[in-house]
Design a protein around this ligand. Structure first.
Ligand SMILES: *[C@@H]1O[C@H](CO)[C@@H](O)[C@H](O)[C@H]1NC(C)=O
Ligand SMILES: *[C@@H]1O[C@H](CO)[C@@H](O)[C@H](O)[C@H]1NC(C)=O
Ligand SMILES: *[C@@H]1O[C@H](CO)[C@@H](O)[C@H](O)[C@H]1NC(C)=O
Ligand SMILES: *[C@@H]1O[C@H](CO)[C@@H](O)[C@H](O)[C@H]1NC(C)=O
Length: 348
């Protein structure tokens, strides 16, 4: 059912938007709508949905009355523009069709209720102004079918009658295919650009990390140094341990957690280093983050403190130190010294 077609021409918008994403290292923007529907029986469907731009929630669908709750005034402005506004005004119509379609498929495939259907749809916009749209459908927590926009078809993701049937039926709906193609490429792209334009302050927000170093003593022969880093945004961060000023390489003694979300749209993580008590080395936790610019945050482990767990240090960025570090950095850069990076670090 999936026929090969030449790849679509990529869309170039750079001429229309001078100055956006001047930074070639910028990350792609991902807009996505996540929708979950629970079908309890032939006459009931509970639909909920959320939309995100990156990790920023944009809107949510109220399961009670299917009205759309937009989280930010700037997002409301962007959502009322162009195709997004039209889609918004047709959203209840779309949801009704979706519910009817699922009940239809359940009947044709002779499936049993209850049934949980998940839909993920959206687009990725790259800094070079090309984009691609995606849409996939899952059932019961497993991938069911995926839209292949370039080939104008839906591809089953599991060897079941339901996956085959749904893929075939969706592929045969040419007008829906055309609409999705338009919505997921052109409309989605201009929606993302509108969101980026109106929501610049929120999307480019930076919160500096706060780092705390303390120790745990699980046994007399073991000391665990913990570096807890929290309150930062955006998500990408680098946390390392320095032993006598040198970075400790990855190994069995080093354990860094995943980056976890806080409730206030900032993130946290911790890095634990196992060391021998009184081993004579000095230790410090080093944090690098976009909000710190080219500087690093260094929080030393206060080895000399009497009681375990007292060596708590909250690092504060000192402007004077920053300024002088910046000066050294600039001077070193002028001399073409690659090792200059380390000189930007400063202690609290
Ligand atoms: C269908 O499920 C809903 C929600 O669980 C329930 O309120 C309703 O009575 C059910 N209807 C039938 C016909 O079973
Ligand atoms: C939908 O329901 C929510 C509460 O669940 C309510 O706050 C909102 O005003 C309702 N919207 C409409 C359009 O009825
Ligand atoms: C744009 O960037 C994406 C991701 O980096 C890449 O896959 C794509 O080939 C690029 N397109 C052009 C025309 O440079
Ligand atoms: C790292 O820490 C986690 C959580 O404390 C633990 O489950 C995991 O086993 C540790 N991994 C290593 C390699 O020590």
């Amino acid at each position: 059912m999936c026929t090969m077609q030449p790849p679509r021409l990529l869309l170039f918008l750079s001429l229309l938007l001078p100055g956006m994403w001047a930074d070639p290292e910028a990350e792609p923007q991902v807009w996505q709508l996540l929708q979950t529907s629970v079908f309890t029986n032939i006459s009931s469907a509970e639909v909920s949905g959320v939309a995100f731009l990156g990790d920023i929630p944009i809107f949510a669908l109220d399961p009670a009355n299917w009205s759309i709750h937009i989280h930010w005034p700037w997002a409301a402005q962007a959502t009322d523009e162009g195709d997004a506004g039209k889609v918004k005004s047709y959203s209840k119509h779309y949801l009704r069709s979706m519910v009817r379609y699922v009940h239809d498929m359940v009947r044709q495939a002779k499936m049993n209720y209850p049934l949980v259907v998940q839909i993920r749809a959206g687009c990725v916009l790259y800094p070079n102004m090309t984009s691609w749209g995606f849409m996939d459908v899952g059932e019961g927590g497993r991938d069911l079918t995926v839209l292949k926009i370039d080939r104008q078809c839906w591809e089953p993701q599991q060897p079941t009658l339901l996956a085959e049937m749904v893929s075939k039926s969706l592929t045969s709906k040419k007008s829906t295919m055309g609409l999705l193609d338009h919505l997921l490429t052109i409309s989605c792209q201009s929606y993302v650009l509108a969101l980026c334009r109106y929501g610049k302050a929120t999307l480019e927000r930076q919160e500096p990390p706060v780092a705390t170093v303390f120790a745990r003593t699980p046994g007399p022969a073991q000391l665990l140094l913990v570096c807890h880093v929290t309150g930062f945004y955006p998500r990408p961060i680098s946390v390392a341990w320095l032993r006598d000023g040198r970075e400790v390489p990855p190994g069995p003694g080093l354990n860094t957690s995943a980056v976890l979300p806080n409730a206030d749209l900032t993130y946290q993580l911790r890095s634990v280093l196992a060391v021998a008590p009184r081993d004579g080395h000095s230790y410090a936790c080093r944090v690098r983050h976009r909000s710190l610019g080219t500087r690093s945050l260094l929080v030393p482990w206060e080895n000399h403190s009497a009681a375990p767990g007292v060596g708590i240090a909250i690092a504060v960025l000192l402007l004077a130190a920053a300024a002088s570090a910046g000066g050294v950095w600039w001077w070193k850069r002028r001399k073409g010294d690659e090792a200059a990076w380390e000189n930007q670090e400063f202690l609290m």
